[in-house]
Ligand binder design. Sequence first.
Ligand SMILES: [Zn+2]
Ligand SMILES: [Zn+2]
Length: 434
Amino acid sequence: MNFKIHRGTQEIGGSCVEIWTDTTRIVLDFGMPLVEKDGSEFDFRKYEKLSIDELKQKGILPNIDGFYDDSKPTINGVIISHPHLDHYGLINFLNPKVKVYLGGATHKIIELTNIFTPSKNEIKKYGYYKNERPFSIGDIIITPFLMDHSAFDAYALLIEANGKTMFYSGDFRGHGRKAKMFKWFKHNAPKNVDYLLMEGTQIGRKSKKEKSESDIETELILKFNELGKINLVYASGQNIDRLVSIFKACQKTGKIFVVDVYVATVLKALAQYSKLPYPSKSFPNIKVIFSKWTSNRLAKQNLKQMLYRFKYFKITKKEIGSNPSKYVMVVRPSMKIDLQRIKGIDGGNLIYSMWDGYLKKKGAKDFIDYLKGRNFAIFHIHSSGHADLNALKQMVNAVDPKTLIPIHTFNGKDYKNIFKVPVKELKDGEILSW
Ligand SMILES: [Zn+2]
Ligand SMILES: [Zn+2]
């Protein structure tokens, strides 16, 4: 077995690992980079006119033979670990004849992202894998392990071939709503693994113990209990753990939970896979605002029926404006136009519930400035989607690999000081054979 990390040894985002034997080649993750080579924010719009060859030359598309639309496929399969763009965001370039293996809910999330956001990632040929059910591609056996992460349906992957094993952690944590999964994993992790490729997003950031989602819930309750204020929560519509925390805090404070059609659709779709609250007769305290940007987007795609299916749970701007303190609403910058039309909410709370690094983005900054202008008090209530140092150590102890390899980190050089197993730092594109 041989492998190389095309991208991820020196950076967070754009993960891509190629593994091959004499007869089979597979790729784990095919993500969009998050940073440029100089460390500035990556924006694919700058490159979208370039050809596949030009994108390869610029190092944006990994140089993999037989992988792209313009070549005869020589890759036997691509495995996506979870539905975050930095792990699947280049999949549109993949040769449509190559089969993509992913979780069923992951595919659902990718399809919804195509509808509700400007990103386009059609997967032509696919198969769904299931937690702890090994499957093979040629002579390579893959076993997925469901992980706790800020993305729904995230997996670590055990790869076995020619009597050797590699464990790819994917993105994970131990302090989210699936903390029990991680606990289970610590006792049931694969043993005698030759290589552990482990994410280290938090390595080098200020080391603190991450709050659990129930800590987040408690902090939200304190804010929601302040008298006479609307509470807007700026959170990702795909961070399901967080949406559940907001919902639970609403339940405990007697608030109505307001989501827009995008978040409503995500919750409803994923409720097929896990017990989740979503706008329905069973959850009368969840209401749906028909936000303008999203409604227009659906209308343009002839998907107005996606709006109508929430019509019985609709709430109007007037209703919110007439009694603001009754409501907690999930918002994002594209909803500024809706907020402008809701009178009477000035002086409320805005709870920013994402990584503070995103605050540098112009859209986020403008949105927060707008709300500051309406005398909103701004708070940051958040916990990372990634393992803290303690959980990283627990992963290494559980898998106890012969060699640990840094991936999805800016600080691979620190691994050897932190973990008590042999560490091998690779460079992007360096081949390891055994
Ligand atoms: Zn990631
Ligand atoms: Zn992720």
